[in-house]
Design a protein around this ligand. Structure first.
Ligand code: PHE
Length: 335
């Protein structure tokens, strides 16, 4: 018995199994009910007791060894898919070109960061608005020309918001002063498309409501923003203006210069670029949002993102921002 065991042990020790067919052959030859191992087990059963004692342990060890070997090869073969590989894993990986943020988004988030550093939070509102949030609550008279088909895109009873000032209203309805927010987003106007203007563009709205807020606070906030964004020493001018929702109202221009053709085109040759409208929030607007104008005052501003993006990157035509031309977009890295 011990000799037979030794023979079987040596025979199986040299086996190499690399295919499922070889594995099956191994199972049939050694482990099946008529296999060599089973034959030895049968022989063992009829051995005299003293031989049983000496060969029982080696037999069991060999049995365990063969069964382990079978299991190990089976697992290895089912995990190994090298035979049907269609992908050459040795090839170098192709370089991926990472995407980049759109220049408008880069500028928008730079602006948000500047105001965030002054304590302004960021809020968001819907692009499809109702008349109340886009006009009514902002103190637009019933017959104000901005409600006219010329300027506003209507969707049934609703409008595509013509400015981000609608988000001011939504936030004042929700929050209690003090409120300090910037609200970036896309706005729509039914305007002739040219190199300077488009039928949709981007704004960032600012709103600060608290006790004792003055026009000086507004100016100082905007000065700070201009120095941060356009660089120290950038010249600014305020022109008085009119918006139904602010009183007094102003527009702010920055000196963009006349040294390049883009600048002349953007500024209509004057060198001054209009970047935002602003003013002290009209008491009627506060009342519309259930804020007492006797107790609270505030300022608001609305800044056009697209034009300052053109200026910052020296792009001559606003339409170029929306052609999705990869040759332009791939020049921007950031965020
Ligand atoms: N909503 C105005 C516009 O789109 C800008 C503005 C915002 C003016 C806030 C004053 C205060 O032109």
């Amino acid at each position: 018995m011990l000799k037979d065991l030794e023979i079987l042990e040596r025979e199986t020790a040299q086996l190499v199994i690399n295919t499922p067919e070889e594995l099956e052959q191994f199972r049939l030859t050694y482990l099946s009910s008529k296999g060599k191992l089973s034959q030895l087990m049968d022989a063992f059963r009829i051995l005299p007791p003293e031989e049983k004692r000496s060969s029982g342990k080696p037999l069991n060890e060999l049995k365990a060894k063969l069964e382990d070997f079978f299991k190990e090869r089976k697992a290895a073969l089912s995990a190994d898919t090298s035979n049907d590989l269609t992908i050459d894993t040795t090839l170098p990986v192709g370089a991926r070109v990472p995407g980049s943020a759109h220049p408008i988004k880069i500028v928008e988030s730079t602006l948000c960061d500047i105001f965030y550093s002054l304590g302004f939070d960021i809020a968001d509102g819907p692009e499809i608005e109702d008349d109340w949030h886009n006009f009514g609550a902002l103190n637009f008279a019933e017959d104000h020309p901005a409600r006219d088909m010329q300027d506003t895109f209507f969707i049934g009873e609703k409008v595509l918001r013509t400015h981000t000032s609608s988000v001011q209203i939504r936030e004042m309805e929700k929050r209690k002063p003090p409120i300090r927010l910037v609200m970036p987003g896309r706005v729509y106007r039914n305007e002739a498309i040219s190199s300077r203007s488009n039928c949709f563009f981007h704004q960032i709205e600012g709103l600060y409501i608290d006790k004792g807020v003055s026009f000086a606070d507004l100016k100082q906030t905007l000065y700070y923003f201009v120095q941060q964004f356009f660089g120290e020493g950038t010249k600014v001018r305020f022109r008085s203006s009119y918006f139904p929702f602010t009183e007094p109202s102003a527009e702010m221009d920055i000196w963009a210069g006349t040294d390049t053709e883009e600048n002349r085109r953007l500024t209509k040759g004057t060198g001054w670029l209009e970047v935002l409208g602003c003013g002290m929030v009209h008491p009627n607007v506060l009342k519309s949002c259930n804020i007492d104008p006797e107790e609270y005052q505030g300022f608001a501003f609305g800044l056009g993102i697209d034009r300052i993006t053109l200026l910052k990157y020296g792009i001559g035509d606003i339409r170029d921002l929306f052609h999705n031309d990869i040759r332009l977009l791939s020049q921007f890295r950031g965020l």
